[in-house]
Design a protein around this ligand. Structure first.
Ligand SMILES: Nc1nc2c(ncn2[C@@H]2O[C@H](COP(=O)(O)OP(=O)(O)OP(=O)(O)O)[C@@H](O)[C@H]2O)c(=O)[nH]1
Ligand SMILES: [Mg+2]
Length: 248
C-alpha cells in the first residue's frame, strides 16, 4: 500500500513518520525495512541521527503492525516522503516533468497524509510567532490544498489531514489526548466523533473547504487529526484509523 506524506516545508512530514519508528508503541509498531539502508542514512538523516530537510522524493518500505481488537493487522507500506519545496507553485512551473511524476505517484497511492502547521493565533503565548503563518495565510494555503485534492487526486482514497506540532497549540494537550486516545475496548469517541471534535476545535476556519473535498468524491474519505512527535498516542491515531478501515 502506498502512502504519501505531503505538506509545506518544515511542517514535520519526515519527523512524523520517523518518530513512529523510534519509540515503543502502544498499539502501533513501525519498522523501516532494511533499517541500516545507507540511502536512508544519506537522504533522510544527518550523521548524528537528526533529520535533514528533505531534498528529493524519498521512498522507504515500512512494516506497520496495528493491534486491533480482532488481532494484529500487518500492513506493508511504501512510505513516500516529499520535500515541502514541491508544493511551491514556482517549483512546479520550473520542474514540470518531476511534478507530473509526483502527481502520478499520488494518483496510485492508497493514502495521503497532508501535514499542516498550527497558525499564529492558536499558539501558546510564549512561542515565537514569526515562524508561523497567520490564520488568514493558513486559510488561503488550505484552499490551495483543497484545489490539489480536487484536481490532482481525484481517485477515491483515504485523505488524512494532520494538524501537527499540537504541543505548541494553546490547549490542554493532556485533556485532548485522554479524549482522543484509542482504547481497543471502549474509546471515548469513535472515528467520526474524533474527526468532528478535531474539526470543530481546530479546523473551524476551513470547515466549508473540507466539505468541498468530501463532496468532490463519493464516499467519505477525509479525516482530520491533531498530531505531535512528542505525544505517541496522537501519532498512532491516524495509523490505527487506516488499519481499522483496511480491515473492514
Ligand atoms: N514542536 C514540534 N516540532 C516539530 C514537530 N514535528 C516536527 N517538528 C520540528 O519541525 C522541524 C521540521 O521537521 P521536518 O520533519 O524536517 O519537516 P518536513 O515537513 O519534513 O520538512 P521538509 O522536508 O523540508 O519539507 C524540525 O525542527 C522538527 O523538530 C512536532 O510535533 N512538534
Ligand atoms: Mg522532510
Amino acid at each position: 500500500m502506498g502512502v504519501v506524506y505531503i505538506g509545506d516545508r518544515a511542517v514535520g512530514k519526515t519527523h512524523l513518520a520517523l518518530a513512529l519508528t523510534k519509540s515503543k508503541g502502544n498499539y502501533v509498531r513501525v519498522n523501516l525495512v532494511n533499517q541500516n539502508n545507507q540511502n536512508i542514512q544519506a537522504n533522510l538523516l544527518n550523521l548524528d541521527g537528526t533529520i535533514k530537510p528533505t531534498k528529493t522524493i524519498e521512498k522507504c518500505s515500512l512494516n506497520v503492525e496495528v493491534k486491533l481488537p480482532i488481532g494484529v493487522s500487518k500492513i506493508s507500506v511504501d512510505w513516500i516522503d516529499s520535500p515541502g519545496e514541491l508544493f511551491r507553485r514556482s517549483w512546479q512551473f520550473e520542474h514540470i516533468n518531476e511534478w507530473q511524476n509526483f502527481q502520478e505517484i499520488v494518483s496510485k497511492s492508497a493514502g495521503i497524509f497532508l501535514i499542516v502547521p498550527p497558525y499564529r493565533e492558536i499558539l501558546q503565548p510564549h512561542i515565537d510567532r514569526e515562524n508561523f503563518i497567520t490564520r488568514q495565510q493558513w486559510c488561503n494555503r488550505f484552499n490551495r490544498w483543497v484545489e490539489f485534492f480536487i484536481n490532482d487526486c481525484s481517485q477515491p482514497r483515504r485523505i488524512i489531514i494532520c494538524l501537527n506540532k499540537a504541543d505548541l497549540i494553546n490547549c490542554d494537550i493532556e485533556q485532548e489526548i485522554s479524549l482522543l486516545s484509542y482504547l481497543p475496548h471502549g474509546s471515548n469517541l469513535n472515528w467520526l466523533q474524533r474527526h468532528n471534535y478535531v474539526i470543530n476545535n481546530y479546523f473551524q476556519p476551513v470547515k466549508s473547504e473540507l466539505e468541498k473535498i468530501n463532496q468532490s468524491r463519493s464516499g467519505l474519505s477525509v479525516r482530520c487529526f491533531i498530531t505531535s512527535i512528542y505525544h505517541r498516542n496522537l501519532l498512532e491515531l491516524p495509523w490505527i484509523y487506516l488499519a481499522s478501515y483496511l480491515d473492514n
